[in-house]
Design a protein around this ligand. Structure first.
Ligand SMILES: NC(=O)C1=CN([C@@H]2O[C@H](COP(=O)(O)OP(=O)(O)OC[C@H]3O[C@@H](n4cnc5c(N)ncnc54)[C@H](O)[C@@H]3O)[C@@H](O)[C@H]2O)C=CC1
Ligand SMILES: CC(=O)C(=O)O
Length: 374
């Protein structure tokens, strides 16, 4: 199989879908890898690094997109939709619930669209989302700490405080991978940390993990309203896999926050969890202010720490890519239940229920689609 790696084109997206080690793994399995010129530059991999492992370097995005399987990091942008082809495998983050146009383009062109973020193990874990959630969770606190500084428009609070002065209050909604990593960083800086989650068992685990050093609260509108009011830094970290993020923090709750407080809505890639987060921001222009509160809603946070992120991402994506390339998508999906959950669009149909529901489209299970095709 030919595997294509286009250069990422989203604002400040410096990650790349493969490392030279990933090229080596595919080539050792008998596949060809086509890498767009300078695709790895933002992650400090040169064309020569890829070529040394057997990749062919091509000048244009069109040549990389001509492959049987295209591996990317972020969802294709409208300028890339023209490259879609029937039966082509697209393996990348897709976040289709807030993306109706992209969903339709993938359906119309009958692309086999496999989303990193919905590949799911039997225990519920999302192994291809996890490393980027670790990165974004950790970043959320360092970014929040920066924007709390006066020169960035913040209220001038140091999260750790100093002896004799109150610590900063960090409130995290969603105690999964992003939430846990945000809490680790916030505790490390010496802040007071509150985590809310709907899953009481998860709160028990967090209480154990942090040995009682975080305040855990069950997530409901009453507890959210009270926690948000006192937050210096609010981190949105909820997820219902594949679905549009629930809007848990209302505009009225944001109005109760003190001026100069900061919101980092990490869940923006699934549409955002805070009512006043009404746009996606970029690394170039990461914040806006509403009701005196600084809002940060960058949907590709890990792109800013691209070297770390590319290594962490490809550690987990490449083994699945090798399965897809070795077996073809139909057999690979049949053999691997976790991978099958990643299939969001196939043969013109939406095969992930939460995505179909988000767009009021009919749902067809991937198993049914494959049965009909045989
Ligand atoms: N902006 C960016 O650059 C990035 C965004 N993300 C996004 O961050 C979000 C969180 O990801 P993960 O932590 O990996 O997910 P996760 O599945 O590990 O954790 C989500 C948590 O949200 C909780 N939850 C669900 N509904 C809730 C509610 N009503 N109230 C409180 N908690 C609720 C779940 O119980 C779960 O513990 C996702 O949307 C993910 O795509 C991840 C990486 C980068
Ligand atoms: C998860 C995701 O969308 C990202 O890492 O950019």
């Amino acid at each position: 199989m030919i595997v294509g790696i286009p250069k990422e084109i989203k604002n400040n997206e410096n990650r790349v879908a493969i490392t030279p080690a990933g090229v080596a793994a595919l080539v050792q399995n008998g596949h060809s890898v086509v890498v767009e010129n300078n695709a790895g530059k933002g992650s400090n991999f040169t064309n020569e690094d890829y070529a040394a492992q057997g990749a062919k370097i091509v000048d244009s995005a069109a040549e990389a997109w001509a492959a049987d399987m295209v591996m990317k990091v972020k969802e294709p942008l409208p300028s890339e939709y023209g490259y879609f082809r029937e039966g082509q495998i697209l393996f990348t983050y897709l976040h289709l619930a807030p993306e109706p146009e992209l969903t339709r383009a993938l359906m119309e062109k009958k692309v086999v669209a496999i989303a990193y973020e919905t590949i799911q193990l039997d225990n519920g874990a999302l192994p291809l989302l996890m490393p980027m959630s670790e990165v974004a969770g950790r970043m959320s606190v360092q970014i929040g700490a920066q924007f709390l500084e006066k020169q960035y428009g913040g209220k001038g609070v140091l999260l750790g405080g100093v002896p004799g002065v109150p610590k900063g209050e960090v409130v995290v909604i969603g105690g999964g991978i992003v939430g846990t990593n945000a809490a680790k960083m916030a505790l490390g800086l010496g802040a007071n940390v509150t985590i809310l989650d709907v899953n009481a068992d998860r709160l028990r685990q967090l209480d154990d993990l942090f040995q009682g050093r975080v305040q855990t609260l069950i997530s409901n509108s009453f507890n959210i309203a009270n926690a948000v009011k006192k937050a210096d830094l609010l981190v949105g970290a909820v997820l219902i896999p594949g679905a549009r993020a629930p809007r848990l923090v209302t505009e009225d709750m944001v109005k109760e926050m003190a001026p100069g407080s900061v919101i980092v809505d990490v869940a923006i890639d699934q549409g955002g969890s805070i009512e006043t987060v009404d746009r996606i921001t970029t690394h170039d222009n990461p914040t806006y202010e509403k009701h005196g509160v600084i809002h940060y809603a960058v949907a590709n946070m890990p792109g800013a720490v691209a070297r770390t992120s590319t290594l962490a991402l490809t550690n987990v994506t490449v083994p699945y890519a090798v399965q897809l390339a070795n077996k073809g998508y139909a057999q690979a999906i049949r053999d691997n239940k976790a991978l099958a959950k990643g299939v969001n669009v196939i043969d013109g149909k939406v095969s992930y229920k939460a995505v179909a529901d988000a767009h009021n489209l009919p749902y067809a299970s991937v198993e049914d689609v494959l049965l009909v095709k045989n």
